[in-house]
Design a protein around this ligand. Structure first.
Ligand code: BMA
Length: 332
């Protein structure tokens, strides 16, 4: 008898969690008290969204996108005891950077955090003469070290894999342009040392059909989750409606040994903007996942997603149900 799909990874018995509500048949369901991070957690915050949370020393830590009341886009560190309630440093992260040339970036947003070999690596969208993928690390969420930018401008949604694949570090990204980018494919790149990136391979394109939820662009979301069947990748897909972009969330399963190969990809979206806090805000109609917590033994997954570019929300799913769904509803 074949085994059900399993996550490969650590136990997280204190994962923030809420069971699927009675009467709900959705494969991904929302936390009933969303949003978990309000826009005004501290006075100088205009909005707190598209943020990355990881397990840290029995609790949780993270890097948070905060747009200030001056409308500066910055990333801040923060902590949480339970994954539902957060304390965020009102001051942006100050990076220790050996090279003054790259230390001079002017904007930082949409962080991802990858725990790799016991260190927490941070990728973010970094305005260094145009948007590209910034990179740094921390061991304690107090002192942060900036590394080389991974790519040349223009690029966004850089997401580092949590382990080497075939002896090389791997990162997903989406080459883009100077503006709101009406196109975008996901690529995967390799590195021997987390500094030099090459061997760029195509992973997936938007769908051609004009009315599709993922017809305009796609971009990697949380750090890929290792399962017995492949890398589970949550991603955002964008539709151009007559009223502008609509950001939804889908999932794909990438080959374990060659993440440029897509094994399955969900035809329907898994989460789309429909609650008030997803439809109304600084940018309406956006769900934008940036982090997922996993409890491997139970198969539980908690997804943090930015809502309407204003607040941060939580949604939940179970790995076996999710993989079953994308396998049965797949369109490559
Ligand atoms: C993208 C990024 C995200 C944002 C989304 C919707 O291009 O800027 O930070 O959530 O647009 O506005």
């Amino acid at each position: 008898m074949s085994q059900p799909p399993m996550m490969i990874g650590n136990a997280l018995p204190n994962i923030p969690w809420q069971d699927r509500p009675a009467g709900c048949s959705d494969v991904v369901w929302r936390y009933h008290a969303n949003p978990v991070i309000p826009r005004d957690l501290f006075p100088a915050a205009n909005s707190i969204f598209n943020s990355a949370i990881v397990p840290f020393k029995g609790e949780f830590a993270g890097v948070f996108r905060v747009d200030s009341t001056c409308r500066h886009m910055r990333i801040h560190s923060g902590r949480s005891k339970d994954g539902f309630t957060f304390q965020i440093d009102p001051e942006p992260i100050r990076w220790i950077c050996p090279d003054p040339q790259i230390a001079e970036f002017v904007e930082a947003y949409d962080p991802r955090v990858t725990c790799l070999d016991g260190r927490y690596y941070i990728n973010w969208c970094n305005n260094y003469h145009g948007y590209t993928i910034g990179m740094g690390y921390t061991d304690d969420f107090k002192t942060f070290y900036q590394m080389e930018n991974a790519f040349l401008p223009y690029n966004r949604n850089g997401v580092l894999f949590p382990r080497k694949v075939n002896g090389k570090y791997h990162m997903l990204s989406r080459p883009s342009d100077t503006g709101h980018t009406p196109f975008g494919d996901i690529f995967v790149s390799q590195s021997p040392d987390l500094v030099h990136w090459g061997c760029h391979r195509h992973v997936m394109s938007p769908k051609r059909d004009k009315a599709n939820w993922q017809c305009t662009k796609v971009g990697a979301g949380p750090v890929p989750i290792e399962t017995t069947e492949g890398w589970l990748l949550f991603y955002h897909g964008v539709l151009t409606s007559c009223n502008g972009f609509v950001y939804s969330m889908g999932a794909a399963l990438l080959d374990l040994d060659d993440p440029s190969k897509v094994r399955y990809r969900s035809r329907p979206y898994l989460l789309n903007p429909r609650m008030l806090y997803e439809c109304v805000g600084d940018v309406p109609n956006v769900v934008f996942p940036c982090a997922a917590l996993t409890d491997a033994p139970s198969g539980r997954i908690a997804i943090y997603y930015g809502s309407a570019d204003t607040v941060t929300s939580l949604a939940f799913c179970r790995v076996d149900e999710l993989l079953g769904f994308i396998r049965n509803n797949s369109e490559l």
